[in-house]
Design a protein around this ligand. Structure first.
Ligand SMILES: Cc1cc2nc3c(=O)[nH]c(=O)nc-3n(C[C@H](O)[C@H](O)[C@H](O)COP(=O)(O)OP(=O)(O)OC[C@H]3O[C@@H](n4cnc5c(N)ncnc54)[C@H](O)[C@@H]3O)c2cc1C
Ligand code: SF4
Ligand code: SF4
Length: 468
């Protein structure tokens, strides 16, 4: 594509952008000489903008070919091309060589990481062993936005980029950097970004040569910048004054899922609170979720050499220091991890695919069964939707209760964007809370019926009495 100077942008804008299916990855803006730039929209999500509409050349290269929500190539096609000889396949996890749960023993990876620290450890080993010259991942930005994709060229830089950033980022600037600084890079991204990077690599030989390794982190959904702002606002930092946020602070003596959030603002020193005490911190409610995430069917980064998630399993989550689940697809990554176990750097348990599934069961339901319900609703009115591996649900295949849950989740996300904008306009967080709370209560009632809530409270009461 590097010799192509004319781009067709209308097909992408008329479908993905117009329908609000864009995740803001920036792949369409990363093509050489693309007429598209990425800008944060009012909600706090990157959106593509055409800088010069004369550059919409209907006979030019269709930028939709690199879009994870428009390209005719899906995750199965990409995985088939890259890992066609992987011995195992699972409908939700994709192709794989081996599956593990574990953590890094060698300091300071586990302490610095969100889960077991394996992602950063693998990245540094790829660098140290000379597989790559640099790592493309998400680091703290210098101000606004708070995070950005960047190329780290040594171990301290890679370590500084550890932790999960529930925050929008885009690829075009770092891809420009890679073009200007040729070399071999490992890229880390949530699954749709890995797909976008692989599509770019297919169409742009320079990017194809530069991106030699792809790592994914499991993904439930992304958040707009409003998520960070709303958490900080509750901790006394006004929107616009937040200077840094750590979404995954490990709290001593607490289970891994009971993590904290730490924020710093211009007018206030560091504040830290458990995520569970903050309004909007329950991921099931899906506040500030981009609509694109409701039309995504890849949780396990199926087009990546290895994917790393949280081991949300009873046997691991009690340990607040954090444990990863790992899906290994590429033999190079498999032997790198095996060497790590042999030299005492890693602790890894082999696990079954059903454990990987169980660790994300709710997520998989929402993005397979839930997606089939959302697709059916669009197909009923003949509306365009991104090409998906999941088929639209038939009327009888999903219970009315689950349909209602899926619908409410989409409503919660959609209302959260506008309610937070209103709250910012009038300068009152309570406005946001009072608009969202009734919907959240309605959702909670359906998620956990009355008899189950009563049984849970009774169990807790009896347990407390027993302790006394
Ligand atoms: C938006 C989002 C949603 C997630 N949802 C789930 C989920 O539902 N289930 C689950 O099991 N795990 C989920 N994760 C992954 C999980 O939070 C951990 O990141 C993962 O387990 C890796 O932990 P680690 O300790 O190995 O990584 P670390 O050693 O902490 O390294 C993390 C690496 O990922 C990079 N990174 C962080 N954020 C981003 C980003 N937004 N885009 C690209 N690269 C990034 C960092 O720069 C760093 O290199 C999510 C992560 C994100 C960012
Ligand atoms: S999802 Fe990515 S490639 Fe598709 S329109 Fe949005 S920014 Fe462009
Ligand atoms: S849920 Fe899917 S579309 Fe949304 S950020 Fe995660 S990988 Fe991308």
């Amino acid at each position: 594509v590097s010799s192509v100077v004319r781009y067709a942008v209308s097909p992408l804008f008329e479908t993905v952008v117009k329908g609000d299916y864009c995740i803001g990855c920036g792949a369409c803006a990363s093509l050489p000489g693309s007429p598209i730039t990425m800008e944060l929209d009012a909600r706090g999500l990157y959106a593509p903008k055409v800088t010069d509409d004369h550059l919409d050349a209907p006979d030019g290269f269709d930028v939709a070919s690199v879009c994870p929500f428009a390209a005719p190539v899906d995750e199965d096609d990409l995985a088939e091309a890259a890992y066609g000889d992987a011995p195992h396949h699972h409908a939700h996890v994709g192709r794989y060589q081996a599956l593990f749960a574990g953590y890094v023993v060698e300091e300071p990876y586990r302490e610095r990481g969100s889960s077991g620290g394996l992602t950063s450890w693998v990245l540094t080993r790829l660098l140290e062993e000379g597989h790559v010259d640099g790592v493309i991942h998400v680091v703290e930005g210098a101000g606004d936005p708070l995070f950005r994709f960047s190329a780290s060229m040594n171990v301290p830089e890679v370590l500084r980029g550890a932790k999960s950033r529930y925050y929008p980022v885009e690829l075009s600037q770092v891809i420009d950097h890679v073009r200007a600084n040729p070399g071999r890079y490992a890229l880390v991204g949530v699954p749709c970004f890995v797909k976008a990077a692989r599509l770019l690599a297919r169409h742009d030989p320079q990017v194809g040569a530069a991106l030699t390794h792809y790592l994914a982190i499991f993904c439930g959904h992304l958040k707009t910048t409003a998520f960070a702002e709303s958490l900080a606002w509750q901790m006394g930092i006004q929107p616009g004054s937040l200077t840094s946020i750590d979404f995954r602070v490990k709290l001593a003596g607490r289970p891994a899922y009971a993590y904290g959030v730490r924020v710093t603002g211009r007018e206030r020193q560091e504040v830290e609170l458990p995520m569970a005490e903050l309004f909007g911190g329950d991921w099931g409610h899906g506040l500030f979720k981009p609509r694109a995430c409701d039309f995504c069917d890849d949780i396990a980064g199926e087009a990546a050499d290895a994917a790393f998630g949280d081991a949300w399993l009873p046997e691991y989550q009690a340990d607040g220091r954090g444990t990863n689940i790992v899906v290994v697809r590429h033999p190079v990554l498999r032997s790198l991890l095996a060497r790590g176990v042999r030299d005492g750097s890693l602790h890894l348990d082999a696990i079954g695919v059903e454990q990987v599934f169980l660790s994300q069961a709710g997520n998989f339901r929402h993005r397979r069964e839930g997606l089939s319900v959302r697709l059916a609703a669009l197909e009923r009115v003949n509306a365009w939707h991104p090409p998906k591996r999941v088929r639209a649900a038939s009327a009888a295949s999903v219970s009315p209760r689950r349909r209602r849950l899926y619908e409410l989740r989409s409503t919660l996300s959609a209302v959260s964007h506008e309610a937070f904008l209103e709250a910012k306009r009038i300068g009152d967080f309570e406005h946001f809370r009072s608009r969202m709370a009734p919907l959240m209560r309605q959702y909670d009632r359906i998620r956990e019926p009355m008899w189950r809530r009563v049984a849970r409270r009774l169990r807790r009461l009896l347990w407390r009495r027993g302790k006394r």
